[in-house]
Design a binder for this molecule. Structure first.
Ligand SMILES: [Fe+2]
Length: 391
């Protein structure tokens, strides 16, 4: 790579507060964000299971008034954003607190963004410099508190929103969609069921790995990604086997945040092929990624010898050969009880043409280390449905 001829802009994330129990100081963070009347976006289940009780108690013991919005789908849509925005404006809220997984955080970021816009949300899809059309003065602040270690949306400048017209998941981007404060309190992830710990954890793993292997020059992201991978490798099975292992939960939460910091560099084929399946089958994002992962790595192998050798060394895998990563991932998937074939998610070969068309247009395809054309995508889908790896 000819560094003398490269120009890049690197944006680094936001105020990140790490520590068990920190979310019980939510009122303090709301004051820091200058919120007097925030709207909390969270999942109904987190209220019912008392997971977010410390956050709510903190606000109840302060002068901050708040309302809670829980009425949204697992994959939030443009309709969810408009409904959330209506409630936000009706209550004269002045900021958002997102407590939950990627869906709650992405929705909060989108409501915060749309409060100041007069154009429809998909006019701000992450294409070219469409984000520059936004009225940046009126974007509201968000405090993000993740309850899963997966998406890393708490340190991301984008949100994934499903278009109810064409059923595609679209990325809405603006630099100011980055939450003002992220609170990493692993106590809130303790109640996450084992199957979701596995699926969201592999999503975080994929973020780190795809970022490391993606095209472009971003050594800062590469460094973050490789340490993120180490944290996840050393802790994902511990968190899966014993959900109460707070040390493992802490490390997973940091590994997940690091994945999202790293993927400012770009993602790749796993996400490009996974998004269409999530759109058409409403499948879990992390689980879909986890199934696709080895097939995409196998396709990319000719272009990623260098980063994979680095990973093999740093993670102390048995061999430094690039294929050692695939062997490790297959064993890991097995121990996390993740299926091997896409057919387990209801996908069959008749779905390939529609999925391929959508994957070709996915933003993540552009930064995959090996060119993803129609033939390549079709072939990866076929292998993933049938469970065929040429190891
Ligand atoms: Fe992801």
């Amino acid at each position: 790579m000819d560094l003398a001829n490269i120009t890049q802009s690197w944006t680094y994330p936001t105020n990140i507060h790490f520590g068990c129990g920190l979310s019980s100081n939510l009122a303090h963070y709301c004051e820091e964000a200058e919120f007097h009347r925030p709207m909390i976006i969270t999942d109904q289940k987190l209220i019912e299971n008392s997971i977010i009780t410390p956050c709510i108690d903190s606000l109840c013991n302060s002068k901050i008034s708040f309302n809670i919005f829980t009425d949204f789908e697992e994959n939030p849509t443009d309709k969810s954003v408009m409904e959330g925005l209506t409630v936000f404006q009706k209550n004269k809220n002045d900021g958002l607190v997102a407590i939950g997984g990627g869906s709650a955080i992405d929705l909060a970021k989108s409501v915060a963004f749309m409060d100041g816009q007069s154009q429809p949300i998909f006019n701000f899809e992450d294409r070219f410099d469409w984000w520059k059309k936004a009225n940046k003065e009126k974007i509201r602040r968000v405090i993000a508190i993740p309850t899963t270690a997966g998406t890393g949306s708490e340190v991301g400048r984008a949100a994934v929103i499903k278009d109810t017209q064409d059923l595609k998941k679209k990325i809405i981007f603006h630099p100011q969609m980055m939450p003002f404060i992220a609170i990493l309190d692993a106590k809130l992830t303790i109640g996450l069921p084992a199957h979701l710990t596995a699926a969201t954890g592999v999503d975080a793993l994929v973020h780190n790995l795809e970022a490391l292997c993606s095209t472009g020059y971003h050594p800062i992201a590469d460094g973050v990604a490789i340490e993120g991978l180490r944290l996840i490798k050393n802790n994902i099975e511990k968190a899966f086997q014993n959900g109460n292992d707070l040390n493992a939960r802490c490390a997973m939460l940091v590994g997940s945040t690091m994945g999202a910091i790293a993927f400012q560099k770009g993602l790749g084929g796993v996400h490009a092929l996974s998004h269409p399946i999530g759109s058409l089958f409403n499948s879990h994002h992390g689980l879909t990624n986890a199934v696709l992962l080895p097939y995409v790595i196998e396709y990319n192998l000719p272009e990623i010898h260098e980063p994979l050798s680095l990973v093999s060394k740093y993670l102390n895998l048995n061999s430094e050969k690039p294929k050692a990563i695939i062997s490790w991932l297959l064993k890991l998937r097995d121990s996390l009880q993740i299926p091997h074939k896409l057919s387990s998610l209801g996908v069959n070969i008749t779905h390939i043409p529609a999925l391929t068309k959508m994957a070709l247009n996915d933003q993540a395809a552009a930064t995959n280390p090996r060119i993803l054309n129609e033939t390549a995508i079709t072939s990866i889908y076929k292998s993933s449905i049938n469970g065929i790896l040429e190891l």
